[in-house]
Design a protein around this ligand. Structure first.
Ligand SMILES: [Zn+2]
Length: 423
């Protein structure tokens, strides 16, 4: 089974006061509809009846009421289908998103150099304004509205972190993404602020692995951070916006290049699936020491992943996430698999049990791929030896194949190139 390529674009609505009031009311009404649907479904009422009742008495435009009820019933369906699913709550608090179809519950209009929106929060009372968002997202949406290759789909208006947002789904009409269950090659990805490690596994062995270094991004971000700090200390309270954009553009550009390189590498293998660590679960486990650490860490991380997923999907390659627990601490050799924090020291992995040394991120990438094989209910290969760590480095002029690093003590690497330890 193949899946269409769908992307969700995020925009800010920035409604005026009236618009805010309308949206706030509608979010609460959507929540009421959601809670009531769940409550009645839990009580064993007939789903068709629930649909009819709620769709006709909700104080929302018809299309939105339908989609909110449908979303609630889908949550119930999921709960019944998978045992380990949480039972949906019928006492949800806060606001609930308004879901609607393009040209029904919401509409978009191209106007000169901006995109106007109309969201029908309540019957006969649309909220209107101009969408704002990243240049990338605005450009993609403009393209989707105009071209036959893309279809504009459902959208959700919601409140997030105090902002009014519109999340719009766009779908490519021709590209189809391979079903991950049919993948032969599982590529584990361990991404960091200055490098990304990839390990490709089949059911019977490891096929290849690589570490792509991109120290420039970290260096540049650090440089900008220091400059900004200095400006602040000098009493300049507001950052120069142009200055900030310059940094953004540099990082953005670099991340595009790295992600392109990653997808090129992955696409060399037979029916690959790209596997990341689940970010939600990771947030707790990352050691964010200082504020700077956090700043340096967070932004490119997410973006790089999004770029890879998106570029891969364009080639029909699916992406997937696994629980990151212990992936960086476990020795990836099957016979050992000893797991302890002491195995890892920054970029260096040295198993305290079997003594094997590895590039820490490459070791983690292998574990991530192994977890995905398990998750897909496949055979996990018995790894006895591992290929030499190969490094590629991103440079301004492109990608340069570097000789294998053996002793880079200054940066804490030790014998990266151990060509697998036989047992
Ligand atoms: Zn070991």
């Amino acid at each position: 089974m193949q899946k269409s390529l769908t992307k969700t674009l995020v925009f800010q609505l920035q409604p005026d006061e009236d618009g805010q009031r309308l949206l706030d009311d509608a979010f609460l009404e959507a929540r009421r509809v959601y809670n009531e649907t769940i409550w009645r479904a839990k009580n064993g009422e007939d789903w068709d009846e629930i649909r009819q009742d709620l769709e006709s008495d909700a104080n929302l435009v018809n299309n939105t009421a339908q989609l909110v009820v449908q979303k609630s019933l889908e949550a119930m369906e999921n709960y019944y289908e998978y045992d380990d699913y949480n039972q949906p709550s019928h006492t949800k608090d806060g606001t609930y998103p308004l879901r609607s179809n393009y040209e029904e519950g919401y509409n978009l209009f191209l106007k000169d150099d901006c995109i106007r929106y109309r969201v029908s929060a309540k019957p006969y009372n649309p909220v209107k304004g101009t969408l704002s968002g990243s240049l990338d997202s605005l450009e993609q949406l403009r393209q989707a509205i105009q071209s036959d290759e893309w279809r504009v789909g459902t959208a959700e208006a919601m409140q997030r972190n105090g902002n009014y947002e519109l999340h719009i789904n766009i779908t490519h009409t021709e590209i189809e993404v391979q079903d991950k269950a049919e993948s032969r090659t599982v590529v584990g990805v361990d991404s960091n602020e200055d490098c990304i490690a990839l390990a490709a596994l089949h059911e019977n062995d490891i096929v290849d692995s690589v570490v792509i270094d991109f120290p420039e991004i970290k260096k540049e971000r650090h440089r900008y951070f220091t400059m900004r700090k200095r400006m602040q200390n000098a009493g300049k309270s507001s950052f120069d916006r142009a200055f900030e954009q310059k940094e953004e553009r540099f990082v953005h550009d670099q991340l595009h290049k790295v992600s392109r390189q990653v997808v090129e590498w992955v696409s060399l293998f037979e029916t690959p699936v790209i596997v990341f660590e689940d970010l939600k679960e990771m947030r707790d486990s990352i050691d964010y020491g200082t504020r700077m650490n956090r700043r340096l860490h967070s932004l490119p991380f997410r973006k790089l992943r999004d770029f890879i997923t998106y570029k891969a999907a364009f080639q029909g390659i699916p992406s997937e996430e696994i629980n990151p627990e212990y992936t960086s601490q476990a020795c990836s050799l099957t016979k050992c698999e000893h797991t302890t924090r002491a195995n890892r020291n920054k970029k260096r992995f040295k198993c305290v049990e079997c003594g094997r040394q590895d590039h820490a991120d490459r070791n983690a990438a292998i574990n991530i791929a192994k977890k995905e094989l398990e998750k897909l209910d496949r055979n996990v290969p018995a790894l006895k030896t591992l290929p030499t760590v190969r490094k590629l480095r991103r440079q301004a002029s492109g990608c340069v194949d570097q000789p294998t690093v053996t002793h880079d003590t200054a940066r804490g690497h030790h014998a990266d190139g151990v060509a697998g330890v036989s047992d």
